[in-house]
Design a protein around this ligand. Structure first.
Ligand SMILES: [Zn+2]
Length: 453
């Protein structure tokens, strides 16, 4: 131990330069277009600082239970910007009694949430900017060609676990706010920057922030959408099925009933359920998706011995929930589909498939495409990138579902990372996209919250 470690101040965070009063706010800056060039210039000049901030966040290795170091970086950034910063460890016992709670753990020590509030002058609409700091594990390290925690930069990409999902997006939020603060812009509505834990296992961090009282007129969640805007997000529920058989010696297998063979009609029923549910979806936002709301079986375990008839198979998977569909309706439809197997196979009348809902759950989210929020974000996208955004629906669940259903804060998902690399080896984010989203976020805040005169 080097005793000097205890007295070393945290490194400076140039990406969070405090409000720059040498550039007084221009009275002409009242619309997003007025601010486009100043914001872009400010971001261009801080490209290296943005890379540095993202690097430090990736290197902080914030897998579940280890989020504190990364959260300290975020909290420090928000403090330098002059926001009111709230840091707390979610209270496990209270949270785990919440009907919307979903997490494999109930102790959040070492996993603080961070929220920074930029109070508006009043009379404007408020916005929550919600990024999650937790990242999924590295997985098989041999599949990586780079050190997942080194945050290498190569040809405009920053590599590392969490770069795309979603520290790149969180840096976009932090930079967007930093640009406006540094340019001296004053907003009418409040901006609430949230860096939450536990999104990857069902949203306990966002739930804790909602229960702490944070609400707004809208939310923006920069998950890796590949620069597409997702007004609708599908929900996702984990299920476990147990298929019963009757054990016997393999040499007299006709005396038993193979749970593995009985799993075949179960898989067929799930495939049929998926087809039926997706046939009902005529939302044009899903037009580009081969299976808008999948039912996926992720694991099958069954049988103990080559010479035995297996008496039990367990399947685990995820059921997609259609935006706007009550979770209970999706659950009931799946239960009915499994119950109907008995119509064709009387074994199941006496040995019905057991269905459990366990583990993670993400609620669906749904904001109207014609809403002010989507229109504003789309217009600012055009301001910055000179083209129309792609509007689509998400293939996965996000914390936007909780924000809407529990926090009464409808949200849109839009971020610089890409799903194709999130959760995979050699995850990366393109730095240009991080800066572009930062500019779009800044201008959307100007538009949504309004500029105080
Ligand atoms: Zn994510």
């Amino acid at each position: 131990m080097n005793p000097a470690d205890h007295t070393t101040p945290p490194p400076p965070d140039p990406a969070a330069s405090p409000p720059d009063h040498t550039t007084p706010p221009s009275d002409e800056w009242t619309t997003p277009l007025d601010l486009r060039d100043p914001v872009n210039r400010w971001l261009d000049e801080r490209r290296d600082d943005a890379i540095d901030l993202l690097r430090r966040l990736v290197r902080a290795r914030s897998t579940q239970g280890h989020e504190r170091a990364a959260q300290q970086i975020v909290a420090e950034h928000l403090r330098i910007l002059g926001l009111e910063v709230d840091v707390w460890d979610p209270d496990g016992p209270t949270l785990s009694n919440d009907p919307y709670f979903c997490s494999p753990r109930t102790d959040f020590g070492g996993s603080p949430n961070v929220v920074g509030v930029w109070k508006g002058s009043g009379g404007g609409r408020s916005m929550i900017l919600n990024g999650h700091i937790d990242v999924v594990p590295v997985g098989d390290p041999s599949q990586w060609t780079r050190d997942p925690w080194a945050a290498d930069v190569d040809e405009g990409r920053l590599y590392g676990r969490g770069a795309s999902d979603m520290k790149g997006g969180s840096v976009s939020l932090l930079l967007g706010v930093a640009a406006l603060r540094s340019l001296g812009v004053r907003l009418k509505g409040d901006v609430i920057v949230q860096s939450v834990v536990d999104e990857e296992s069902g949203g306990a961090g966002t739930l804790a922030a909602i229960r702490r009282g944070y609400r707004a007129d809208a939310a923006l969640v920069p998950e890796p959408t590949g620069m597409r805007i997702f007004p609708k997000q599908q929900g996702s529920l984990w299920f476990r099925l147990t298929v019963a058989g009757r054990g016997a010696h393999g040499g007299t297998r006709y005396e038993g009933v193979s749970a593995i063979e009985k799993t075949l009609p179960v898989l067929a029923a799930l495939a049929h359920l998926e087809t039926e549910r997706n046939a009902r979806i005529d939302d044009p936002l899903y037009a580009g998706s081969p299976i808008p709301v999948p039912v996926n079986v992720g694991s099958i375990k069954g049988g103990d011995w080559p010479s035995m008839v297996p008496d039990r198979v367990t399947l685990e998977g995820r059921l997609g929930v259609i935006p706007g569909e009550p979770v209970e309706a999706a659950q009931a439809e799946m239960a009915a589909a499994l119950g109907a197997i008995a119509d064709d196979d009387c074994w199941f009348a006496e040995h019905p498939v057991t269905l459990e809902w366990f583990g993670a759950r993400w609620l669906p989210g749904d904001v109207d495409e014609g809403s002010d929020l989507v229109r504003s974000l789309s217009a600012r996208y055009r301001d910055v990138l000179g083209e129309d955004p792609v509007i689509a629906a998400s293939p996965w669940g996000t914390d936007a579902g909780l924000l809407a259903a529990v926090g009464d804060t409808p949200g849109v998902v839009f971020g610089p990372g890409t799903t194709a690399v999130a959760h995979y080896a050699d995850e990366y984010v393109e730095i240009d996209r991080v800066l572009e989203v930062a500019a779009i976020v800044a201008l959307t805040l100007v538009d949504w919250c309004g500029v105080a005169r």
